[in-house]
Design a protein around this ligand. Structure first.
Ligand SMILES: [Zn+2]
Length: 110
């Protein structure tokens, strides 16, 4: 595993726009801005957090807390898991967006 590949190195606004649907970018940004990302583990190669749960004015699907992980896979690429996804589809969901923004510590420029 190369030291040159950290999760934060993979995440830019351009990458997020490529990975995620516009609606999930908006929701993820809102979750991040509401302070809805609570880190469980914050490493260079693996980050895990509870995401969501602090929004009051948005829809209830956003207020449910999900456990979300971003990590570098064996091919040294960005990979992710979220408990809102089924096993078959691993979309880069709003929780993944929010966790990414929490790592960057800046909101999206939407
Ligand atoms: Zn999710």
């Amino acid at each position: 595993m190369s030291e040159h590949h950290r999760i934060a190195d993979f995440i830019t606004q351009d990458v997020l726009e490529e990975l995620s649907l516009p609606s999930n970018l908006n929701y993820g940004n809102a979750i991040f801005l509401s302070g809805g990302v609570q880190f469980i583990e914050r490493g260079d190669l693996r980050c895990e957090a509870w995401v969501g749960g602090k929004l009051t004015e948005l829809s209830s699907s956003l207020t449910q807390r999900r456990r979300t992980t971003l990590f570098i896979d064996v091919d040294e690429r960005l990979a992710w898991r979220c408990t809102c996804n089924s096993k078959k589809s691993q979309i880069f969901c709003k929780h993944c967006v929010a966790l990414s923004l929490a790592l960057l510590e800046v909101p999206l420029n939407l």
